[in-house]
Write a protein that binds this ligand. Structure first.
Ligand SMILES: C[S@@+](CC[C@H](N)C(=O)[O-])C[C@H]1O[C@@H](n2cnc3c(N)ncnc32)[C@H](O)[C@@H]1O
Length: 235
């Protein structure tokens, strides 16, 4: 679809822009709260991930899962802005925090991944692209896999989503408001975000052979949603 193609290249351009990308990626107190909430959610859901391989899709600077203890983190990030940072992470992280950077899911051998994490990414992906991605992950998952976590999915209503960010935590109000103002002055256009509805994600998951359940894992932004996709048939 031409509109989808145009949107994909718009977002690829925004994330490749070294002036804008740092304004969108979470940092400071917002990042700390996000990371803690997400780690707690994973712990509640899976307990230990020791011995598991986790693919962090659209990982940005790769920090979100950097404290996770697992066999290996595989980091995939299309934006060139994070190339050096990720290379440094892969060179320094070791043992239960070991990381490998890949240039795309096609570089990952089939049936070698236990869990895929897509955190704060689907808003940049039209449904058709997301369907394509789910199809490619399916073949990467091991038989006894833990599925796919899709997290930090924006609320379909833009106002609700913005209020969710502004009211997330008293100590982050100024940081969030500052970030919103900086973005408003940039060429970032939040009305171009994909605001997938839960029922669209359910239908998509089903058509790609996944089961879907909504998790109560909270994002920094309380209005955002987290879902767990499980493989319902043989991989
Ligand atoms: C809000 S950041 C989230 C980064 C990281 N997952 C986190 O939560 O800290 C969104 C990331 O998605 C990446 N991204 C955007 N479009 C993508 C796509 N079509 N496929 C994969 N990643 C994409 C961006 O380059 C960016 O690093």
């Amino acid at each position: 679809m031409p509109a989808d193609r145009e949107r994909r290249s718009y977002w690829a351009g925004i994330w490749a822009d070294p002036e804008i990308a740092p304004l969108i990626l979470q940092h400071g107190r917002i990042f700390a709260l996000t990371q803690r909430n997400f780690e707690n959610g994973l712990r509640r859901l899976f307990g230990s991930l020791a011995g598991r391989t986790v693919l962090d899709f659209g990982c940005g600077d790769g920090l979100l899962l950097s404290r996770l203890s697992c066999r290996r983190r595989i980091l995939y990030e299309p934006s060139p802005v994070y190339g050096d940072v990720l290379a440094a992470l892969a060179a320094s992280d070791a043992g239960p925090h070991a990381a490998t950077v890949v240039g795309g899911p096609q570089e990952i051998p089939p049936a070698t991944v236990d869990l895929v994490v897509i955190h704060g990414v689907v808003q940049y992906m039209p449904l058709a692209e997301l369907a394509e991605a789910l199809r490619s992950y399916r073949g990467l998952l091991r038989d006894d896999n833990l599925g796919i976590i899709v997290a930090d999915v924006p609320h379909p209503n833009r106002l609700v989503d913005t209020l969710g960010a502004l009211s997330a935590h008293p100590t982050t109000l100024l940081q969030t408001a500052g970030q919103v103002l900086q973005l408003l002055r940039s060429r970032y256009a939040s009305d171009r975000l994909q605001r997938h509805r839960l029922r669209e994600l359910v239908a998509l998951a089903q058509s790609e052979g996944f089961g879907l359940r909504r998790l109560d894992t909270r994002s920094f932004n309380r209005a955002r949603r987290t879902v767990h996709l499980t493989v319902s048939g043989p991989v």
